[in-house]
Design a protein around this ligand. Structure first.
Ligand SMILES: *[C@@H]1O[C@H](CO)[C@@H](O)[C@H](O)[C@H]1NC(C)=O
Ligand SMILES: *[C@@H]1O[C@H](CO)[C@@H](O)[C@H](O)[C@H]1NC(C)=O
Ligand SMILES: *[C@@H]1O[C@H](CO)[C@@H](O)[C@H](O)[C@H]1NC(C)=O
Ligand SMILES: *[C@@H]1O[C@H](CO)[C@@H](O)[C@H](O)[C@H]1NC(C)=O
Ligand SMILES: *[C@@H]1O[C@H](CO)[C@@H](O)[C@H](O)[C@H]1NC(C)=O
Ligand SMILES: *[C@@H]1O[C@H](CO)[C@@H](O)[C@H](O)[C@H]1NC(C)=O
Ligand SMILES: *[C@@H]1O[C@H](CO)[C@@H](O)[C@H](O)[C@H]1NC(C)=O
Ligand SMILES: *[C@@H]1O[C@H](CO)[C@@H](O)[C@H](O)[C@H]1NC(C)=O
Ligand SMILES: *[C@@H]1O[C@H](CO)[C@@H](O)[C@H](O)[C@H]1NC(C)=O
Ligand SMILES: *[C@@H]1O[C@H](CO)[C@@H](O)[C@H](O)[C@H]1NC(C)=O
Length: 423
């Protein structure tokens, strides 16, 4: 009898115990990382309206915040296709919990077309349209488009009109302070200013991108790299109103390959020395590039009166079709009227040009304008043939204050380089 009576009490105690245990576990669980398996963060679920007119900035930020907090192995923020999502200036910031965050863009992201419709949060907010910062391990990819809708910004007189929303023209997409980044397959178009800027980042790979804006659109560089290391850009088609790729201060270990560039100003290192007393670029390899109708091909430009260097640079297997200045070094770069000649300069050394072929629109196909105080050193050239686009005349070269070597297979001939068949 006694044992029979004790049984329900014992069971009750066991049940109570299990219940408490479950509560304890649950409360521990809520403090531990939850891997609730949520991997897909579709912006549609956050209330976006893809009609090209409704502002989706808040919904995108919410989707980003959830994806960024997710502990899933590859959390993916997805922007579905066949829709156009209007976005005001948007900042997506880490650090995030996953090392493999992905933003898959299959639809079109569009900026407001009218500059006065841009919302500015503070004086600086219009430096960029979309900015992704402080993320380690990020992929931004998809079949979609990123449309800066920037034609309203391209009027040169705009900066005189104080009533427009932002004074400075915004960059389309800025990747700032990120590491291990992959950017691929997307189409970028018509940015108000530069299309993509990679700043203060390392190990970035940009591949299979299409970047277009009209040849007359000012300052619409395709990809600008600044203060970043180990950047690979390959298999991209870029045609804009400024440099297809521009490489600014603090860039090192860049590998650029299989690019079609045009219209535009070519691929430029610099300008270096405009913003600060000391600017540097080193270890840049540019290969298998086709320039079509660009105003320059491969260019290095630096300002006078500054310090720093551009060195250890290789341009190889470059094809040029009807570009104006296929090969150019300009140590006297100046974008206004009154630049005085000064003694200090950003030093340029160890630059190789190899297998550069094609046609030049301008007669002077090769121009090396180096400073007399800091001549360009170790300039090497091999296997260069640049003909004039117009038949009947020959191209020429210009060089001052250049030291280096060349092999005999160079046309136009470059008098300032020493001949060396061992190259
Ligand atoms: C997008 O449009 C294409 C072509 O009209 C269609 O085949 C596809 O199913 C659509 N996708 C979605 C997600 O609506
Ligand atoms: C996450 O990214 C790292 C580094 O790129 C990679 O080694 C790892 O395999 C990725 N994990 C998954 C689950 O994709
Ligand atoms: C893009 O700009 C054009 C005018 O420049 C405007 O008609 C169009 O509505 C804009 N698109 C968006 C999404 O604002
Ligand atoms: C390049 O991007 C396009 C457009 O998204 C895609 O269709 C194609 O498969 C990509 N090619 C490679 C080699 O990834
Ligand atoms: C140039 O880049 C270096 C390396 O990132 C940085 O320390 C320096 O401040 C930059 N100089 C200027 C003038 O911006
Ligand atoms: C010249 O630059 C190339 C490419 O970065 C590099 O491999 C080579 O070591 C440099 N040469 C010297 C003498 O620094
Ligand atoms: C350029 O011409 C040289 C011969 O002068 C040839 O060896 C080389 O393959 C050509 N390169 C390109 C990119 O056409
Ligand atoms: C070369 O470019 C000029 C100026 O853009 C153009 O007028 C000319 O037709 C082009 N020539 C060829 C052969 O493409
Ligand atoms: C500066 O020096 C260069 C080369 O010596 C010369 O071509 C140029 O005319 C000079 N510019 C000025 C403004 O003195
Ligand atoms: C340059 O012109 C020469 C002579 O007309 C021709 O043999 C050569 O193929 C041309 N090279 C290129 C790259 O156009």
């Amino acid at each position: 009898m006694a044992t029979l009576a004790a049984l329900p009490a014992a069971m009750a105690r066991i049940l109570l115990c299990l219940f408490v245990l479950a509560r304890v576990c649950a409360s521990i669980g809520s403090r531990l990382p939850i891997d609730d398996g949520k991997k897909f963060f579709d912006v549609i679920e956050y209330g976006t309206v893809g009609d090209g007119r409704t502002d989706n900035t808040k919904a995108f930020k919410k989707a980003w915040n959830d994806a960024c907090e997710s502990k899933a192995s590859v959390p993916t923020m997805h922007i579905p296709q066949n829709k156009t999502y209007l976005l005001q200036p948007l900042v997506l910031r880490g650090p995030c919990n996953s090392q493999n965050l992905t933003i898959q863009i299959d639809g079109t992201l569009a900026a407001p077309g009218d500059p006065s419709a841009w919302k500015k949060r503070d004086k600086k907010s219009c430096r960029h349209w979309i900015m992704i910062g402080d993320v380690d391990g990020l992929s931004v990819l998809g079949s979609g488009a990123i449309d800066g809708n920037g034609s309203g910004w391209w009027d040169h007189s705009l900066c005189r009109h104080r009533h427009v929303g932002c004074g400075k023209k915004p960059t389309g997409l800025v990747i700032d302070k990120c590491n291990e980044v992959r950017l691929s397959d997307l189409t970028f178009k018509d940015s108000p200013q530069m299309h993509i800027a990679i700043e203060r980042s390392t190990r970035v790979r940009a591949a299979n991108l299409t970047i277009t804006s009209p040849g007359h659109s000012p300052n619409t560089d395709g990809i600008h790299v600044q203060r970043s290391r180990h950047v690979r850009i390959h298999d991209c088609r870029i045609g804009t109103g400024d440099d297809c790729i521009s490489i600014g201060n603090g860039s090192a270990h860049l590998d650029i390959s299989r690019i079609t560039c045009g219209p535009g100003h070519g691929i430029s290192i610099g300008s270096l020395g405009k913003h600060g007393s000391r600017e540097t670029v080193e270890d840049v390899r540019v290969r298998d590039v086709h320039f079509v109708g660009t105003s320059n091909g491969v260019r290095i430009k630096t300002w006078q009166g500054r310090k720093g260097y551009a060195r250890d640079i290789v341009f190889e297997r470059i094809t040029v079709s009807n570009s104006s200045h296929p090969i150019i070094i300009d140590q006297f770069y100046c974008d206004h009227q009154d630049c005085k000649n000064q003694t200090s300069a950003v030093e340029i050394s160890n630059v190789t040009y190899s297998q550069v072929n094609g046609t030049s629109r301008a007669k002077a196909a090769v121009e090396f304008a180096c400073s007399n105080k800091h001549s360009c050193r170790d300039i090497l050239m091999k296997d260069i043939t640049l003909n004039l686009t117009a038949k009947g005349k020959e191209t020429t070269s210009y060089c001052s204050n250049v030291r280096g070597r060349r092999n005999s297979n160079i046309f136009p001939s470059i008098s300032c380089l020493e001949e060396d068949e061992d190259l």
